[in-house]
Design a protein around this ligand. Structure first.
Ligand code: ASP
Length: 419
């Protein structure tokens, strides 16, 4: 009898759900003891979960470097690269601004935090965010030492250095044939490694979820329900009103078909809460859908660094929540200011867990809200961090698909095919 194969999407999904259930059982039904805490939660779950994230992180820098260099080399001209660059940055910024506008509108309707009557000074929260000027932000994109950029995983610097190397290799093709081949083969190796590590995803995802859910502060979550539901609602609206609509109108596909194929990436982003760690699986999954790596290898890491629509939504809702909780009235121009600063904050948020909370200080300060309000939302941030990261990476993917279609770097038939 023929054995029915379970798809990797389903396997990861099962890992995710089982992990959440096991974690909740651990939290509610199993009393604290040494075996539960030291051997299971902080032993097995921690080792397998973090081991899996580290294996994925191991791939990010070499994959980004070699795939950009190889992509730019085979694209071969600065004009296409420039066009892709401008289009993707415009898409990323525009959808982020839209995300915050959606969040602010939605939160103005649901009114989270109203009636909490907090007084400034009630909470303690301090951050030591360094201020970097806009001029320095641009200067910092140029790697003064490419090796340290690679060692530190500084994505923008790596993108720039790899793109320059790729362009030069393309320009003096006859003298750089060997390097061209090496880069292309290294790229193949990294892609294969990604697929290999992904085989462990169901177990990794299970352990990550089980550990998170067994240590989550469920009581705090209940008390902050209005805020949590508003953020989740905002994320859902962005998915449906922006991404799915763009795919339906611009790509003329059934967006659910896209979601079905794309789900493993969202699940992975959800369990790791890191856009950076999701870069390899995002590129490989899009490639399987028909999106040429020449574009995605450039736009996905860029998006993981500068495009955080989910984070921007959380920040928009947090602004309204904190204003309501402290009884502070926000004007229309405050809202405009929030759209502006949260878009910048999204660019400045690194694709690693919980950085969105730190950059939130910048947004709150811009409209004179107390940053100590962050102390309240901190306790429930993990679950929202996971959810917003899933939206962050989807935004990168949708932008990539749109630009790939514009530049004709997508196999439309493959993209539209059902799984
Ligand atoms: N965890 C998010 C990401 O990696 C960033 C954040 O909002 O904290 O995309």
């Amino acid at each position: 009898m023929e054995k029915k194969k379970i798809s990797s999407t389903t396997k990861i999904f099962i890992g995710l759900i089982l992990g959440a259930i096991v974690g909740m059982i651990m939290y509610y039904l199993i009393p604290d003891n040494k075996i539960k805490n030291d051997i299971i939660i902080n032993g097995a779950f921690y080792i397998i979960g973090q081991g899996f994230i580290r294996a994925m992180q191991m791939l990010v820098v070499p994959l980004v470097f070699f795939s950009i260099m190889d992509g730019v080399r085979s694209m071969g001209d600065t004009k296409t690269l420039g066009k892709v660059g401008v289009k993707i940055v415009v898409f990323y910024l525009f959808t982020t601004a839209l995300a915050i506008a959606i969040a602010l509108t939605f939160a103005s309707i649901t009114k989270p935090g109203i009636g909490m009557n907090l007084v400034v000074g009630d909470n303690k929260f301090e951050t030591n965010t360094e201020k970097v000027s806009i001029a320095d932000t641009f200067i910092n994109m140029i790697p003064s030492n490419p090796i340290s950029a690679l060692a530190n995983g500084d994505m923008i610097q790596i993108i720039i250095f790899a793109a320059i190397c790729g362009l030069i290799v393309a320009n003096i093709e006859e003298k750089t044939e060997t390097i061209g081949n090496i880069v292309s083969e290294m790229n193949e190796i990294m892609m294969n490694m990604t697929l290999g590590v992904m085989k462990f995803a169901p177990f990794g995802v299970f352990c990550l979820l089980a550990r998170t859910f067994s240590t989550l502060g469920w009581d705090v979550i209940l008390s902050m329900l209005s805020y949590i539901l508003t953020v989740l609602g905002g994320l859902g609206l962005q998915l449906v009103l922006v991404y799915m609509l763009v795919l339906a109108v611009f790509m003329q596909i059934n967006p659910f078909n896209f979601l079905k194929k794309y789900l493993p990436v969202m699940e992975f982003a959800f369990s790791t809460a890191s856009s950076n760690a999701t870069v390899p699986i995002n590129i490989t999954t899009l490639e399987k859908m028909g999106v040429d790596k020449k574009i995605s290898s450039f736009t996905i890491p860029l998006g993981a660094t500068i495009n955080m629509d989910g984070t921007a939504i959380m920040q928009g809702v947090a602004v309204v929540f904190i204003a309501n909780a402290y009884g502070i009235e926000l004007s229309f121009s405050d809202f405009m200011m929030v759209i502006f600063t949260a878009t910048l904050a999204s660019v400045g948020t690194a694709g690693v867990p919980s950085v969105g909370l730190i950059t939130l200080t910048m947004v709150l300060t811009s409209v004179g809200l107390p940053t100590e309000g962050i102390a309240m939302i901190m306790g429930v941030d993990r679950i929202l961090d996971m959810s917003r990261t899933a939206i962050n990476v989807t935004g990168d993917a949708v932008g990539t698909i749109v630009v790939s279609k514009m530049e004709k770097y997508i196999d439309i038939d493959k993209f539209k095919s059902k799984i």
